[in-house]
Ligand binder design. Structure first.
Ligand code: AIR
Length: 184
């Protein structure tokens, strides 16, 4: 060091300057809890604008496509991006679990899931994700009670694991509800 040390003066805002919002004060010795950091990161991810689909349209079989296409058409008409996948909770349980577990991190915000008969798909998806799940009970070739089998399978979820349930074969309403959830 040479000469005199300059005197360190705290910067004062000038007449035109405003000090601006203060950053939150945190004791430097105090660590941010990991859970808080993770939820802040998740919130940041949700805020990122991307072309990634915001709504997933799932169905238990290709035979469900004619009914479930109405959800896709409704979302498209509203300018809401979606992706459509066929996966069965009974025939491909691991695929369904993996998809549901990754859905939120991939940027999806709502999941629509349609199935007929013993329609486990919406409930299994809801078991693996925090995202809102809208179930569509579907009629199928061997339905009983005009789709009452699927309606009860989807709507009678146990407490703590909710699935919203629209009317039998009413995939369009699932899309309208998804749009309302997204405020889009
Ligand atoms: N399903 C497929 N895996 C589990 C269920 N519940 C449903 C499909 C479809 C019905 O079984 O969602 O509505 C008949 O499927 P498939 O493939 O035989 O036509």
């Amino acid at each position: 060091m040479t000469g005199e040390e300059p005197e360190l003066v705290p910067a004062e805002p000038g007449p035109q300057e405003s000090p601006g919002p203060r950053p939150p004060t945190r004791d430097p010795g105090q660590q941010q809890p990991a859970s808080q950091a993770m939820s802040e990161t998740a919130a940041d991810i949700e805020d990122i604008e991307t072309d990634a689909p915001r709504v997933a349209i799932l169905m238990g079989s290709k035979s469900d496509l004619p009914a479930m296409e109405k959800a896709e058409a409704e979302l498209k008409a509203r300018g809401i991006s979606s992706e459509t996948r066929v996966m069965s909770a009974h025939r491909e349980p691991d695929t369904v679990a993996d998809y549901a577990k990754n859905a939120k991190l991939r940027g999806l915000r709502v999941i629509i899931a349609g199935a007929g008969l013993s329609a486990a798909l919406p409930g299994v998806v809801a078991a693996h994700t925090e995202l809102p799940v809208i179930g569509v009970p579907l009629t199928s070739r061997t339905s009983v009670g005009g789709g009452l089998d699927a309606l009860l399978s989807i709507s009678q979820m146990p407490p703590g694991v909710p699935v919203a349930c629209v009317g039998v074969d009413n995939a369009r309403n699932a899309a309208v509800l998804a749009a309302r959830i997204l405020d889009a």
